[in-house]
Design a protein around this ligand. Sequence first.
Ligand code: ADP
Ligand code: ZN
Length: 639
Amino acid sequence: MAENNNKPKKKIGFYWVYIVLIAFFIGSIVFGGSGSTKETTMTELSKMLREQDIAKIELVNGRTAEIYLNEQGMRKYFPNERQQVFGKTPNYILKVSEDRLYSKVDEAQQGLANPIEVIPVERHNWGAEIISWVLPLLLLIGFWIFITRRMSGGAGGGMGGGQIFSIGKSKAQLYDQEKDNKTTFKDVAGLEEAKEEVMEIVDFLKNPMRYTRLGGKIPKGVLLVGPPGTGKTLLAKSVAGEANVPFFSISGSDFVEMFVGVGASRVRDLFKQAKEKSPCIIFIDEIDAIGRARGKNIMSGGNDERESTLNQLLTEMDGFGTNSGVIVLAATNRADILDKALMRAGRFDRQIYVELPDLNGRREIFEVHMRGLKLGNDVDKEFLAKQTPGFSGADIANVCNEAALIAARKNKENIEKQDFLDAIDRIVGGLEKKNSVITQSEKKVIAFHEAGHATTSWMLEHAHPLVKVTIVPRGKALGAAWYLPDERQITTKEQMYHEMIATLGGRAAEQIIFGQISTGALNDLEKVSKQAHAMVMYYGLDETIGNVSYYDSTGQQEYSFQKPFSEKTAEKIDAEVSKLIESAYQEALRILNEHKEGLTQLAEKLIDKEVIFTDDLVTIFGERPWKQEERTFTKKDNA
Ligand code: ADP
Ligand code: ZN
């Protein structure tokens, strides 16, 4: 595109489109039409022919007769137009078929000494024809220019300034700690564990020598996993702020464009920029936009552009040395859908969970965001934190801001409790649509559900004993429980069965306490069904089916539509699976009925504190009679 070479006159591209269009229209009128041409009839023409007023007749494209008068004819029919250049434009036209014209002309001139003949002419209306060719082309080009401008301009914030040539440039935003407002750990409330983990990165960025001297390796990539608004960006920014290094921020979706190869070249550019500014931090938000697992779906043929972007990212991360001083932090709320290659050693080999805040966390977030506000005496952070279950940090920041606006609208001197409550109402209204806020009655159901898991697992010898339960919602699950898993290589049938009972404990508790069950147990049911299927079909743990395994370690079976067993066996498997699940459910009901009182106490504690630990269970139920082996790590289970 030539017009893009002279950068200052960007707009010209569009003007010449208009100019060309107008020129064509004018052209088509000038060449195609004619000045003072009149239409005539066959009768008139016959008369003119008989009286010999005509100089010539041209039949254009076999459709239109153009009639030129001679001098005598001009005097007769256009006495006032003497000045008209004779013979240049036709004086009359007549739309007529070829045959009729010839026969009529012959007929009218019968007997005349020198009859004139019709001259057939082929004529193209170049103007119109060119337009019909060129116009769609021009429209296409115009559209293309429009799109590229939109894509390379827009949210990029100045970088690239709307030129097609900059489309491969990274759109990362650079925050310089000296110039911009500095974010530090002070601004991040709660998230103690996450802060502790990133502390090491801060330390390294501040003092790389200390680590490299000993040959230590610092993580190149850290994945922050958690729901939106929980402060992942904030945490990354505060790491940069604490270490006093530049911070590049870009969203994963910025890499993915319509054009092939753009994503990869943006990644390249981003890393080039970052290396120039090293030590520094690159923050990639929504990394799932590019990091989704590759080639899962064999039918789709793959999303090549996204894959090449991802490959480029992996290449860049492998390419720079461990100690080059560039650390990549990436955020996602779906770690499970990420490509495993991203998590390999030397890439994003570290994951930090950033969860929705619990009661305590919410109080601290309120504290952070109330710092700059003029508060009334009746504002109680503890109370507000209680009123906002399921809120993320961003939601709470929103509440504080909204409360200030509401108070200002009422011309108040300072922000009072009622303003905060109004703000919460308003934000709950918005959030309910997003389905992430829980009402008080829902909270009760969730508390009993989770208490059901906790109680059953506490009472079963082989179930993983629990260390922590929360009713802070995460993902599709209502709450979550953390268990101490056995480091067992082999699982017995009894262990699997006990786990199934504990998994069904949530639904069983709902049944016992409320007399009805809810949809909240979807996760649990999925897990139990899979486990039961595995027991029957893979591990040969079912007596009726026997020591048969339909497991396919080659993984090829996944894509075949044929089951490796007969219909009859399938029916038997189904029957065994439901029998297994049903008996586990009955067992869960039995345990919970027996310990109904403890269950209720536990649930009430959960409603009050939102989190409970092993200690609380010991207080309520007493120590477990089985000896617990020493274990080192915990396993989280959304249940
Ligand atoms: P994410 O990147 O996880 O979607 P952000 O970091 O963009 O969330 O958070 C948005 C805003 O919410 C932040 O700018 C901050 O004002 C507020 N916020 C979120 N979490 C916290 C927190 N733990 N402490 C203080 N403020 C928070
Ligand atoms: Zn559950």
